[in-house]
Ligand binder design. Structure first.
Ligand SMILES: NC(=O)c1ccc[n+]([C@@H]2O[C@H](COP(=O)([O-])OP(=O)(O)OC[C@H]3O[C@@H](n4cnc5c(N)ncnc54)[C@H](O)[C@@H]3O)[C@@H](O)[C@H]2O)c1
Length: 300
């Protein structure tokens, strides 16, 4: 896949650090010109400098993803600097974890604004461009295991990331005629974002010291480096990957997975409809045996 993206232009939001940074580097290595977006100008400039120093092409779009103007700015930079756009990776995000009754309005809004409104505003701007340019393209969203399964302490984050997976499903249908594929990555990687999650602080510190991530974490939890996640974004933007749409694909450490979409798993009919007693009976005799667990499997 070394030159899989030659001639392409990709915007990666939140690519000054972490997974976004690794994706931007991998895309540049694969031949793409990349627009580095981050709310932090210093890390964005440093990321672009490193790509250019390695012989790649990069431009910077400093903006706080979440508002329409920020999305428009990223696309404007891509068009002004490189004359086209082939793909968007909507990766920017923040964590404000708290148990439900301690979640503030500000924290909730901030997480929803960055992840969900950010994916929406960037995805909509990209869709408008792709439809007008009539050239097809790729939109890669970033969901999370918390969004697929729920997670204690992540009210805003799990809601936002479930919403992001929903965007991938809906947009894959809405944009198929325009030749635009839309998928969601479900990543796990040791970054500063996960440092605040109980039990992971030490792993992040060790990784920052340059120590390898233990095999068990890589293999069982799928917890590796941001560089382990990046090849999936490159693949989805490549000729072969562009045929895939509407999928939630997990990657991290040694693991690569395909997530199911929610669907009915038990179904009963009652002529004329249901009442509380008949629901209780159906629950006891049919539905209850299909109950599902929620939450993230903790194998640590
Ligand atoms: N690390 C994981 O295990 C993991 C798991 C699931 C999902 N994710 C998702 O992957 C994405 C990247 O996370 P990460 O772990 O690399 O985090 P990170 O904190 O290392 O990097 C996030 C980057 O986004 C930038 N950013 C934050 N808000 C922004 C905004 N409004 N506009 C532009 N840039 C902004 C930050 O400055 C930072 O550089 C996020 O969407 C995150 O939710 C990460």
């Amino acid at each position: 896949m070394t030159s899989a993206l030659t001639g392409q232009v990709h915007i990666v939001t939140g690519s000054g650090r972490g997974i976004g940074l690794a994706i931007a580097h991998a895309m540049a290595e694969a031949g793409a010109a990349v627009v580095i977006n981050d709310v932090d100008a210093d890390v964005a400039e440093a990321a672009a400098d490193r790509i250019r120093a390695a012989g790649g092409r990069a431009a910077v779009a400093v903006a706080a993803i979440g508002e329409t103007e920020a999305a428009d700015h990223c696309i404007r930079v891509a068009l002004d600097q490189f004359g086209r756009m082939d793909g968007l990776v909507a990766n920017a995000g923040v964590l404000r974890d708290a148990i439900l009754w301690k979640v503030t309005d500000d924290d909730f809004d901030s997480v929803l604004r960055t992840h969900l409104r950010g994916a929406f505003t960037c995805g909509r701007a990209a869709a408008r461009y792709f439809r007008e340019a009539e050239q097809g393209g790729t939109v890669t969203l970033v969901s999370s295991v918390a969004g697929q399964r729920g997670n204690v302490g992540q009210t805003a984050y799990s809601a936002a990331k479930a919403g992001v997976a929903a965007l991938a499903r809906t947009w894959s249908m809405e944009l198929s005629r325009a030749g635009v594929s839309v998928n969601a990555i479900v990543p796990t990687a040791v970054t500063r974002m996960v440092a605040t999650i109980p039990g992971l602080g030490e792993v992040v510190e060790a990784a920052e010291r340059g120590e390898p991530i233990p095999h068990r974490l890589r293999h069982e939890l799928g917890l590796g480096t941001p560089q382990d996640v990046a090849p999936l974004a490159v693949f989805l933007a490549s000729e072969a990957g562009r045929q895939i749409t509407g999928q939630c694909i997990g990657i991290g450490g040694d693991r690569l997975s395909l997530w199911s979409h929610p669907q009915e798993i038990a179904l009963c009919h009652q002529e004329g409809g249901w009442n509380a007693d008949s629901i209780a009976e159906a629950w006891a005799h049919t539905m209850s045996m299909h109950r599902q667990k929620v939450g993230i499997d903790q194998k640590t």
